[in-house]
Design a protein around this ligand. Sequence first.
Ligand code: ATP
Ligand code: MG
Length: 445
Amino acid sequence: MRLSRYFLPVLKETPAEAQIASHRLMLRAGMIKQSSAGIYSWLPLGYKILKKIENIVHEEQVRAGHIPMLMPTLQSADLWKESGRYDAYGPEMLRIRDRQDRDMLYGPTNEEMITDIFRSYVRSYKDLPLTLYHIQWKFRDEIRPRFGVMRGREFLMKDGYTFDLTKEDALHAYNRHLVSYLRSYERMGLQAIPMRADSGPIGGDDTHEFLVLAETGESEVFYDSEITDLTFGEREIDYDSVEQCQAVMEEFTSRYARTDETHDEAVWADVPEDRRRVARGIEVGQIFYFGTKYSEPMGAVVQGPDGKQVPVHMGSHGIGVSRLMGAIIEANHDDKGIIWPEGVTPFDVGIVNLKSGDEEADAACEALYASFVKLGLDPLYDDRNERAGGKFATMDLIGLPWRITVGPRGLKNGVVELTSRRTGESEELPPEEAVAKIAAIYGKQ
Ligand code: ATP
Ligand code: MG
């Protein structure tokens, strides 16, 4: 992309309404525009990153054997009356009446709808296990939408639903989700710690929330410091293996890590004092096993091996796709702007032309641009006729992890400058070597 042809409405001023860094930076970098409280338009740069996050979530769900689909945003109230949640949900649910006077709602979640789909088609235990998921906009009429996309009213969520014959199988599905979530967050450059959570109004026996540590997080968290040393890394996992998934589950959840809702002073006292940490965290996902809570009242039953009809064991598993963008920025920024991890960066590399209009500099930039495109990489070339200082400020603000600076002086010596956004370190090297280095970083050789 050439910046002169892109739509990147960066703001010079710091917007007064934004209280936290991620919200400020998303507005300043021209990523989002508020349309009404807690509802945003995703401008091209923000949209591009949203799609990257979404794509990582999709890839890791499919890798775990889970099946993508799509359910609508608007739902009929009838199913919610059946489950009993139409009255229970309260004012967070946006209720709508259509022209035929039918009660509708903008879905805050999809347990009822997926249970209805399941009971319409699945009859036998032989069709289990089954995990269906979608990534769809949700609406919750939050009393205090704030912090930009972190607590929106309209937000993008991945929600997956598991159907199993037994509790044991459902817990394998639970562990599978835990593993796939750890992988997803790490690919986004994030450490998200599974913490024992409270099942709240959805109800259930087992639930963990995934929290990213950040001062601006809304939850107070208590954890054993050993937990932050754990990484999932590059290990290969067989998602069908009950033992392998359970081993990961045990590894990542055996140390003390809880939100304030489940914090227990008596158990906490057993953690060695020098390892006790109290901090704040952002909830970026949650996994839930809730048994037959919906399948029973809604008649989601299958014929078991013994011929008897039994309600299926269910779980629901969510990732806050749009909130993640805020969480990633909270964890990766400095006073100049965002610092994208390579896994989610909107463009792989920025090219800054120090002297647009100079024949040699223009040609060198064009050649770099063409080389990256040929390698399947996605460069952003600042070809505008602007001061170098302004170009650097824009690149730092939007946070591409790598920048190549091209100017007549360097070109005389046959070199360009390659700069890491994270460390600020630069090196001079011939253009071909700069390309090779970037290609290697993104595994494109
Ligand atoms: P919270 O406690 O933050 O209100 P929740 O526990 O009610 O969230 P879930 O039902 O667990 O939310 O939804 C799954 C995920 O969707 C959450 O882990 C979170 O990342 C995201 N999410 C929930 N509410 C919002 C919101 N208002 N704006 C953005 N993301 C949200
Ligand atoms: Mg939750």
